[in-house]
Design a protein around this ligand. Structure first.
Ligand code: ASP
Length: 333
């Protein structure tokens, strides 16, 4: 099958099943809100036990609570997305810190990015192996350096120099990911759950600022040195006040080529698209090229959308009205 035909068939799938979108109406605009994802590479429903499903929902709630606590107290959107991502980095259920997937060289290389919509400050790290929490390193790049992005050893050294905790690379390893690596190396094929992971958050604070953050271990058995979309501002992460904030998860090579996060915000700003419409357009482009994944999007006024073209996406939202929701599969909204 040619690439063009494959892309066309995928885009038909999107039209026929539609990327899953869930959007709020303006009347529901809250004082503050946080929306999170824990990756679009979910296990199919028949393979996820009730206990696993409950564990994922509980972990999403822990993350939502961490972000909500910041926002309720009048903290900033950027602090909230950092707090929400941090709990998922520490939770082995997700592919972003402890419990991250392994490279083909049996190591972990992590990527993270964060962006403050208030002034479009941004920071990111790529291919870090030792900083315990990559999102804190990305934040430090934003706040404590004159740069936007650090990679590899230099990024780990920078994180250490600003006092962030570092760990042996084996800290990130779990039995589950070791087995997944062996399976992928043996079969040379990745199941959905091996291909995707990544955590992310977008938030609106009481001052009307929005922010976005994303962290990943990447894809199981990725080549050492391979960098995906997650640390790239404009690909997986973007935030601009009064426009939108995005965190993406999916097959990074395609998200980079579409520039998914910035494409969504540009369509909202210049084409007048709804946030869900802009996200569907960007994911449609990803699908045309042969990729899949999902995004969480927040408008400048706190409206939000989950859009994905995979079997599911771990996701959730909580806000100042007391609403709190989590979901995994397609039909749960
Ligand atoms: N986007 C990540 C990457 O390509 C993986 C994912 O989100 O699942 O590294």
């Amino acid at each position: 099958m040619t690439r063009a035909l494959f892309g066309f068939l995928l885009s038909l799938m999107i039209v026929s099943t539609g990327p899953v979108a869930h959007a709020q109406t303006e009347s529901e605009t809250p004082e503050w809100r946080i929306v999170i994802h824990g990756g679009a590479g979910v296990i199919t429903r028949d393979k996820l036990t009730d206990e696993q499903e409950a564990a994922y929902n509980a972990a999403l709630e822990v993350s939502l609570k961490a972000g909500s606590d910041v926002l309720r107290e009048g903290g900033s959107a950027v602090d909230a997305v950092q707090a929400a991502v941090l709990t998922m980095e520490d939770d082995a259920l997700f592919n972003s810190g402890h419990g991250a997937v392994m490279t083909a060289a049996h190591e972990h290389e992590l990527d993270a990015s964060i962006m403050d919509g208030k002034n479009r400050d941004a920071g990111s790290v790529a291919g870090v192996k030792h900083v315990k929490n990559p999102i804190l390193a990305a934040r430090a790049v934003m706040d404590q350096s004159e740069h936007v992005m650090f990679a590899g050893q230099g990024a780990d050294d920078f994180a250490e120099s600003v006092g962030l905790e570092t760990v042996e690379n084996s800290y990130f390893t779990t039995e589950r990911r070791k087995k997944a690596l062996e399976r992928v190396l043996d079969t040379q094929s990745r199941e959905d759950a091996d291909r995707h992971g990544t955590v992310g958050a977008v938030a609106l604070d009481k001052d009307g600022n929005i922010a976005a953050a994303t962290t990943t271990g990447g894809m199981t058995a990725k080549a050492p040195g391979r960098i995906g979309d997650s640390p790239l501002i404009g690909a997986a992460t973007y935030a601009q006040n009064d426009v939108c904030a995005v965190s993406a998860t999916g097959h990074g090579e395609y998200f980079i080529r579409v520039g998914v996060a910035k494409t969504i915000c540009t369509r909202v700003e210049l084409a007048g698209d709804s946030i869900a419409g802009a996200a569907e357009n960007a994911l449609g482009q990803v699908a045309e090229l042969g990729g899949d994944g999902g995004v969480i999007v927040m408008g400048g006024d706190g409206q939000y959308a989950y859009v994905f073209n995979t079997a599911g996406m771990y996701r959730g939202m909580s806000d100042s009205t007391g609403a709190m929701e989590t979901a995994i599969f397609e039909a749960e909204d």
